[in-house]
Write a protein that binds this ligand. Structure first.
Ligand SMILES: O=C(O)C(=O)Cc1ccccc1
Length: 291
């Protein structure tokens, strides 16, 4: 029986490309927003959600982290890293010499990944943020009479019949995004077409208030056990200025000794710790096309 995978839609988003590599044989369920994807799992409408969490150029997708921490507590069951190539596209009716867009549409992260391009080529043209790159492409395809453009991937251009006017408009060639897999149950990745990168464990740590050297002591608990950290990020607790929690990625699977020992040590310091997930990491090595 195939699983239902909620993803940031519509068809042909970067998330869709990641899903097609990780779950080639499952049923895809496009959703309009990241919270909609996570809610679909929480409410049992979907088995799995795949949503973006971090981009190499722009940093974290805060809505994903915040929604999982503050709204819906579902475990992370996997991650996949994929290369991202952004293209500038218009409706074929507008693909004429001298075309100048009135507005450029895309996902906020895509706009941020192309700031230098936008500043150089289209200075002063307003950019409008929409829910995904494919949503921008779809919108442009539905309004042939308007002088508008989208920044999206090649598959979106194909899917929505747009003409790519300029390829590879992202500002740095190393442009990768990490997507997470969330599900109530552990996930079977049979059939995935990606590379295995080992296991990770993600922890959420709240420091005790007003405790000098607390962060140093937290890091020491990992350091003397020789636990390799690949990410540490702070996000506001939303309870007051200066109140932050930390998201920490440890480069190993949850074991019975080292990670539980670290957590006990952190708790003895007065920290609150929760495990957001222990999961396999995957990578897509080449820019993906569907199929
Ligand atoms: O909008 C999309 O296509 C997404 O999947 C989110 C996103 C946006 C920009 C880079 C990577 C993922």
């Amino acid at each position: 029986m195939s699983h239902k995978i909620a993803f940031l839609g519509p068809k042909a988003t970067f998330t869709d490309l990641a899903v097609s590599r990780l779950f080639p044989n499952e049923l895809k369920m496009p959703k309009a927003t990241i919270p909609d994807c996570i809610d679909a799992v929480q409410e049992g409408e979907a088995d799995i959600a795949v949503v973006p969490i971090e981009n190499a150029l722009e940093g974290s997708v805060n809505i994903t982290i915040d929604y999982l921490i503050h709204e819906v507590q579902l475990p992370i069951q996997g991650e996949v890293i994929t290369p991202i190539q952004q293209h500038f596209m218009v409706h074929p009716d507008q693909a004429v010499a001298g075309f100048k867009p009135e507005t450029i549409y895309s996902h906020p992260h895509a706009i941020a990944q192309c700031h230098k391009f936008l500043h150089k080529e289209w200075k002063g043209i307003p950019c409008e943020e929409v829910t995904s790159t494919a949503a921008a492409a779809k919108m442009v395809s539905e309004q042939p009479e308007r002088k508008i453009a989208a920044i999206a991937n090649e598959l979106a251009a194909e899917e929505y019949g747009l003409t790519i006017v300029q390829h590879n408009v992202h500002d740095y060639s190393y442009n990768h995004t990490k997507f997470i897999v969330v599900s109530k149950e552990s996930v079977d990745y049979k059939g995935h077409v990606t590379v295995n990168r080992g296991w990770k464990t993600t922890l959420m740590v709240m420091l005790p208030a007003d405790h000098s050297g607390a962060l140093h002591q937290v890091l020491s608990a990992f350091a003397w056990r020789k636990l390799n950290l690949s990410k540490i990020e702070s996000r506001p607790m939303k309870t007051g200025l200066g109140n932050y929690f930390f998201i920490i990625d440890v480069e190993m699977a949850l074991d019975e000794v080292l990670i539980p020992g670290t957590i006990s040590e952190l708790e003895a310091l007065g920290c609150k710790v929760s495990i957001l997930g222990s999961y396999p990491s995957f990578a897509v090595e080449t820019a993906v096309k569907m199929g």
